[in-house]
Design a protein around this ligand. Sequence first.
Ligand code: AMP
Length: 545
Amino acid sequence: MLSTMQDEPLSLATLLKYASTFQGESTVSTWTGSGVRTMTYREMGAEAARLANALRGFGIGVGDRVGTFMWNNNEHMVAYIAVPAMGAVLHALNIRLFPEQLVYVANHAEDQVVIVDGSLVPMFAQYLPNLKTVRHVIVANGDASTLQAPEGVQVHSYTELLAAQPDTFDFPVIDERSAAAMCYTSGTTGDPKGVVYSHRSNWLHAMQVCSPMGMGFTGSDNVLAIVPLFHANAWGLPYAALMSGANVLMPDRFLQPGPLLEMMADQLPTFAAAVPTIWGGVLAGLAAKPQDISHLRTAVVGGSAVPPSMMRAFQEQHGVRILHAWGMTETSPLGSVAHPPAGVTGEEEWEYRYTQGRFPASVQARLVGDDGAVVPNDGESLGELEVRGPWITASYYSPDGGVIDPDKFDDGWLRTGDVGKISPNGYLTLVDRSKDVIKSGGEWISSVDLENAVIGHPSVAEAAVIGVPDEKWDERPLVAVVLAEGAEAKAEELRDFLADKFAKWQLPERWTFIAEVPKTSVGKFDKKRLRAQYADGDLTVTTLS
Ligand code: AMP
C-alpha cells in the first residue's frame, strides 16, 4: 500500500523561493574590514535569478559544473544557491589547495565557468591556462580587466554581467536525487576525491543542522560562517540559514583573530563555526585584548578534535558554549554532535561534551575491528568507524560513474578511516585517524588524547603528536610543541604535567619545540608534513630518559 502523501521533490529551487519570499527580510552580510555590506534574502533571490540568467546565456544547463574560487561573502552565497537552484552543480574550489591539486580538481569536475573574487585573480591567473574545460570566468568584487584570458576563455565582470540580466528566472524543480553541489576531500595523501551532494541530501542535512539535535538554527540567529564555503559543504550552514531564516555574517578574507574579534564586536553574531585552530587563535587574541563575546550562544567546532581545555576556557572565561561535532566531506558533513543527554550535570556533562558527539537517527554508525568483524558499542571496544545514511556518499565522483573503492566502502557503509569507540547511548569518542594511530609494543597510544592533554598546559599554544620508529617498541610518540607567545617550558615539565593523566608507558619521551605546526588547506594539523620533517632530520628532538 502506498501512502497518500504528495510526492514533492526536495529541491534547492524550492528553498531559494522560500528564503527569498517568506524569509525575505533576513540578511547575508560581508565584513569589509570596517563594517558590513548587507543584502536581504529578497535581494539575494533577485541576484540569484540574474546569475542564473547569465549562466544560462553561457549555455549552462542541468548537471553542468560551475566553480567558485572565492572567500565567504555575499556573492559566494548567491552562487551557492543560484547554481543548484537552476539545476547546475556548484563546485566550490578550495583556494588553498596546492596548484597541481587545484588544477586537478577543476579538470576532474570539468568546471565550465568559474566565479572568482577580485583579490584572488592573481592566484587564479596562474591556474587558468591549465583549466581545460573552463570557458567563462566571472570576476566578482574586483577588476575583470586584470585577468588575461587564454584563447577560448571569456572574462566577465560580475557586476556588469548581472546588471544586464532580468531579475526573475524560472528555477526548475528537478529530480531530488540529481547533483546539486560537489566538494573534493582535502586529505593529504593521493589525489583529492570528489563527493557529489544531491538536492535531497542537502535538504535533509539542512533540516538536521536546524534541528536542536544539530545546531538549532532559528530566525533569531546571526551565523558567523568562518568555515570556508569550500570546506565540506560549508558544514551545511548556508542552506540551513536559508531554511531557518537565520542571518549570515561572512568574514570574507578577514580570517585572523584580530579582525574576527572586531567583526564580532560590531555584529554580535549568536553562532559561529570554525576548526579548532581558528578558535585557538581567537582565545589567544582574547587573552591579549579582552572582549565580551557572550553574544555567541554557541560556537560549533569540528574538523579536528577539540581540546577539552579549549572548551572549558571558552565556557569559564567567556561564557561561550563550544559544541563539538564530527563529520567529513563525505558525510555532508554533519555526523555526530555532542549535546549531552538530558539530566546530566557537572563533570559528567563535560565528559559528554568532550566526545565527538551523539549520532542522529539518520546516521547509522558501527565500528569494525582489524579482523573485519563488527565490535560492540560498549564504550570501550575500539574499531574503525563506518557510517551510512541519506547524506553520506556511496561512492566518489568519476566522469565515468561513481567509484566504489573497497578501501573506502564496505558493503554499503562508508569507511571513515577514523578509529574510536561508541557508547551504548550512541556517543562517539575518536582516538585517532587510522593512519595516525601510534602502536607502541603492540598497544595503542591515542595521539588525540596526548595532544588534548599537552595543550592544557598554560605555556602551550599548539601540540601535535606523531608516531616515530623505535627499535624496542616499534613506535613511540613524538610531541611537537608550539609555545604560547613569551612562554617558556621544558620537555621535563610538560611530561610531568601529563604524569597523572596517562599510564607510565604511554608518557612520551621524545619532544620537539617548533615555531608552527604545518597545516592542511583547511587548517588542520598536517601530520604527513610533520612526519616528513622528522624523517628529513629537520626537527630538533629532546629525548628524556
Ligand atoms: P574533512 O573531510 O576535511 O572534513 O575531514 C574529515 C576528517 O576530519 C574526519 O574523518 C576526521 O578524521 C576529522 N574530524 C572531523 N571532525 C572531527 C572531530 N570532531 N574530532 C576529531 N576528528 C575530526
